[in-house]
Write a protein that binds this ligand. Structure first.
Ligand SMILES: C[S@@+](CC[C@H](N)C(=O)[O-])C[C@H]1O[C@@H](n2cnc3c(N)ncnc32)[C@H](O)[C@@H]1O
Length: 255
């Protein structure tokens, strides 16, 4: 079962009134930076962009993009994938309500199978801590002991290897937000999850926070990003802080 197949995870984390200011403002900061990237890429390409959204969730980003005509007009097509049927159902309803079926398509797909898309994209996004949900294939919640070795993360790497392949030579991958790994951020994550009523099973030995209910969310350092994406030249990767208190960062990856 995937994290967001749990209806409680959908209800808790997609309900704005449940979210901490840290989480909410990371969404705003990420969106501001994302709009800048879209405008930049459009200016460079001089024609509308093909976008892929990995982990579209409740189509939050799509909704906001559609609402800004100047931005939406610079997008040629918007494909969304998600591993949870719940999220696909929510997204499909939104697409229908907004009458944007011509430009938008969503499908149930685990990002580890991205290469089956067989299409090129100008912009591949994965927003709001989604990439922190990509936990290693052999991770087990049942017999978990703190201090799990995260020097590699096979799922994270496999997903981005495939995303990089789907990227047009002039395109970019935007990892919308990642938690920055430090004690304060760890505590803020734990506070959020406890607020949702979940039971945290990790501690300061881990660079991710997991819960008994099956939640898993990783924190990153620049080095950890370089390590997991070692197949991408370092100079192609840049980091954008999303706040002044080391909570979240964006990663831009050029081809
Ligand atoms: C934190 S939510 C973010 C949703 C949305 N991107 C946003 O910005 O609001 C993470 C989403 O990624 C999806 N997801 C997690 N792992 C995935 C995977 N391996 N393949 C595709 N989607 C995945 C989840 O089902 C969930 O909808």
């Amino acid at each position: 079962m995937e994290i967001y197949d749990n209806p409680r995870h959908v209800e808790d984390t997609f309900n704005e009134s449940n979210l901490s200011e840290y989480l909410l403002q990371a969404q705003w900061a990420e969106f501001v930076e994302l709009k800048k990237t879209i405008a930049e890429l459009y200016k460079k390409k001089k024609s509308p962009l093909r976008v892929l959204d990995i982990g579209i969730g409740d189509a939050r980003i799509l909704k906001h993009l559609v609402g800004i005509k100047e931005i939406w007009d610079t997008i040629k097509s918007y494909d969304g994938v998600d591993v949870a049927q719940n999220c696909i159902d929510i997204s499909k309803k939104i697409i229908k309500d907004l009458k944007i079926e011509k430009k938008v398509s969503v499908q149930l797909l685990d990002a580890v199978k991205l290469k089956t898309l067989k299409k090129k994209y100008d912009l591949i996004i994965s927003t709001w801590f989604t990439v922190g949900n990509f936990y290693p294939f052999d991770f087990g919640f049942k017999n978990f002991k703190a201090g799990y070795d995260m020097s590699t993360n096979d799922k994270f790497t496999i997903i981005f290897q495939q995303a990089y392949e789907l990227l047009d030579p002039k395109g970019e991958i935007i990892i919308g937000s990642m938690y920055i790994d430090n004690e304060e951020t760890r505590k803020k994550q734990e506070d959020s999850y406890r607020h949702f009523g979940w039971t945290v099973i990790t501690n300061e030995k881990d660079c991710f926070t997991a819960t008994k209910e099956g939640w898993w969310s990783q924190r990153f350092t620049k080095q950890r990003v370089y390590d997991y994406l070692s197949f991408i030249p370092k100079e192609k990767i840049s980091f954008i802080p999303l706040d002044t208190y080391d909570y979240a960062m964006m990663v831009r990856i050029k081809k």
